[in-house]
Design a protein around this ligand. Sequence first.
Ligand code: SF4
Length: 320
Amino acid sequence: MIGQQRIRIGVSSCLLGAEVRFDGRHKRDPFISEVLGRHFEFLPICPEVGAGMGVPREPVNLVRFQDGSIHAVGVENSGLNVTGSIRAYSDCVMPELASLRGYLLKSRSPSCGLRDVPVHAENGRVQIGTGTGLFADSLLSHYPLLPVEQESGLVSPASREHFIERIFAYDRWLALVESRPTLTRLIDFHTRHKLQILSHHQLIYRRLGRLVAETASTVGLDEVLQSYGSQLTIALAHPASRNDQVNVMQHLLGYLKPVLDHDAKQEFLLALDVYKAGKTPLCVPLDLIRHHFSCHPHPFVECQVYLYPEQQESLLRGSI
Ligand code: SF4
């Protein structure tokens, strides 16, 4: 985040309490409104209202036509097809979303749903599969690196923390890209994010290391940035399991081996075991190892976003 400016994220309007659903109601989500709302600036959008469908309105379903194309068709009136209006509105609004660092969508909506939206057969009400809402589909193709989630994917504390982590990482990445960085600054970015990337995806961690260390000298920086950005996004979208977190913390423990006494090491290993067994949250072993590094600072460790996220991110993740 730059200065005190709040990070902007897009949100389906009904999740913030706007009465814009087909039946004139809302789907206010307290976690989004009250917790995320204290830290992020929201851009609320209702694609169906934006497409001129009005409130209240005839509800629509996703329907797969015989040619394989997906349409938004009236639930009661199958002659109503609003696909063109929703797609036209989506195309029109997409350029305005370039400043967003994340997007929260309403699940199961034929416009906003990110995944698992029921898709029906052309002639009937039979569900034949699942898909993505029309607006969400446009959002994903215009902004493939943008962290996007739906509210049903933010039920557990771990999933909430993961989404927040992705938003802040994307913000830092765009800040770097928009500053027209040198290779040295890309290497610095990579160094600070090494353990965070490792916690999410070991294969991409190794791939990005090679990209920065070897490929960057043989191909243009723009190409490296493009490749790095997409690999970083894929890595961070992958949830970090407890085993992944333990792996990173064992790696961190390696830096403390020369200075930590036997009892302190055993205490930390026990904290890792308890965390791995699912009996404590991640913050328990993290706080313990941060304490050890405050007594025994290490230059590589103290620049790691994994252990020391910026203050806003830390506050938000701590309030979940
Ligand atoms: S799910 Fe999307 S289209 Fe439906 S009411 Fe909410 S914001 Fe509007």
